[in-house]
Write a protein that binds this ligand. Sequence first.
Ligand code: MG
Length: 379
Amino acid sequence: MNNLRRNFLKSSLLLSAGLFLKTGDIMSTTANQNRNLARQKLKLTFKPYTLDLKHVFTVSSNSRITTPVMLTEIEYDGLIGYGEASMPPYLGESQESVSRFLSKLDLSPFNDPNDIEDILHYIDMIEPGNTAAKASVDIALHDLVGKVMGQPWYRIWGYDPEKAPNTSFTIGIDTPEVVKQKTLEASPYKILKVKLGKGNDKEMIDAVRSVTDKPLYVDINQGWKDKQYALEMVHWLKERNIVFIEQPMPKEMIDETAWLTANSPLPIVADEAVQRLSDLINLHGAYSGVNIKLMKSTGMREAHKMLNYAKAIGMKTMIGCMTETSCAVSAAAHLSPNADYADLDGPLLIKNDVFDGVKIVNGKVTLNDRPGIGVKKLI
Ligand code: MG
């Protein structure tokens, strides 16, 4: 809603409430408000922060114990919108690259945060890539606009928060004893996501299955290099209550993945193969599902478009995250009522969250009714 329309509605409400002001009074009040708003600028600030992980986190390509992030704020008219970029090193962005990108932005031509499409289009056109850096501005802007409107984003989008799915909890690659221990510690969660693809796949699944029969997602992180082996593993996993297979082969192996998807009894979900909407459109049926993450999609705006596109063409949809604070994960959670699956365990994997936001209650993604993305800064 633009400022003029907001002021008109305010004036109309005053009139209908019996507060009969003279037309001149209304006109001068509106003009003053518009002059004040016209002076308002969007002010972006950012600072680096390092997340400490609770456990060494190993996937098929690497291990790490920290994740660098950038925390952003956009200030406008006494309100602050919060955002975040998370940069797991293997994705190519860093605190230096995000800082360099954000330093190039000039939001001074914009004086109304409601112009989300124009503002984010300007940011996207500055240079390609930098998806996490762009997401950090997108999230802060959405938080700000939700606060201006006084509504949480799930309500602005028309989603029922009760329909948010259970989140999976991730078990990284490790020895059978550690995997058993981690699985037991994950007892509050109704679904587990098991990382595979380092050559000990059956050992990993047997270790998990020795202590729980919960449904599992498996994420290969491009670790399988042979389509026949992949299909044999999919059939083996199908017998062990696995819901879907995520990114089984390298993203470049499009034809082999399409063959696997056509022959697989389980959904084959793209993660590394899909960053943005254009990647999703270019898949041409090679996958039957997609893991949408704000740090890949450039934020909430494009993730929302991807979710709707994927659903429209019959793909399974997942809302996922990196290791992130409750800021970026809360932003993603607003999309989850419209997704088939959620993997929003980021804040659960870190020791030093700086936000209070979405909660996982009995394994379920549980949104609050605060406006914007629903977070409070803790320090
Ligand atoms: Mg993945």
